[in-house]
Design a protein around this ligand. Structure first.
Ligand code: APR
Length: 170
């Protein structure tokens, strides 16, 4: 049975097989966690991302971690929140699903997610945490390679959201 847990940290410090980047469709860096990952990974990451041809919302692409402690980075593009009636929930779930599929295909055992789309992209965090946990739990049963999935929260209020939800699960 895989371990599912939440912690508060800067995701660039985690020593896991892969961390997930909440990127944009260019994959050429930005602010927030995207900026932090590019700064910590070093210029080789940007050079590598130039070869990827971008990424569509809801999809994911893998790169090496370069100067990061994590071996790989899974770059995914979350939906920009509009009003909840433009497929945002399905696209956010697709981010988690595609990252898990990519991790399993690469035979990665440990993976850390940030709170995708809940910063610049303004996804309501209470809804986002439910989509993240529901999607990951539903998939873990059939992804034997994945031993541990971490929800890496930068803000204490996000950690509280994940801890409350995870504690309520059977
Ligand atoms: N470690 C972990 N989480 C972090 C870090 C970090 N170092 N820095 C920020 N976060 C958290 C934020 O607190 C938020 O909970 O990541 C979550 C996602 O916020 P954003 O980084 O703003 O990402 P998102 O809302 O998905 O918007 C993506 O922002 O930075 C640009 O290029 C990016 O255009 C893209 C957009």
């Amino acid at each position: 049975m895989s371990i599912l847990r939440a912690l508060q940290a800067d995701i660039t410090t985690l020593n896991v097989d892969a961390i997930v980047n909440a990127a944009n469709t260019t994959l050429l860096g930005g602010g927030g966690v995207d900026g932090a990952i590019h700064r910590a990974a070093g210029p080789e990451l940007l050079a590598f991302c130039h070869t990827l041809g971008g990424c569509r919302t809801g999809e994911a692409k893998i790169t090496p971690g370069f100067r990061l402690p994590s071996r790989h980075i899974l770059h995914t593009v979350g939906p920009i929140w509009r009003d909840g009636r433009h497929g945002e929930a399905a696209l956010l779930a697709a981010c988690y699903r595609n990252c898990l599929e990519l991790a399993n295909a690469a035979q990665l055992a440990t993976l850390a997610f940030p709170c995708i789309s809940t910063g610049v992209y303004r996804y309501p965090p209470d809804e986002a945490v439910g989509i993240a946990v529901t999607t990951v739990r539903a998939m873990l049963e059939r992804l034997p390679e994945l031993r541990e999935v971490i929800f890496c929260c930068f803000l204490p209020e996000d950690l509280r959201r994940y801890e409350r939800l995870l504690a309520s699960l059977p």
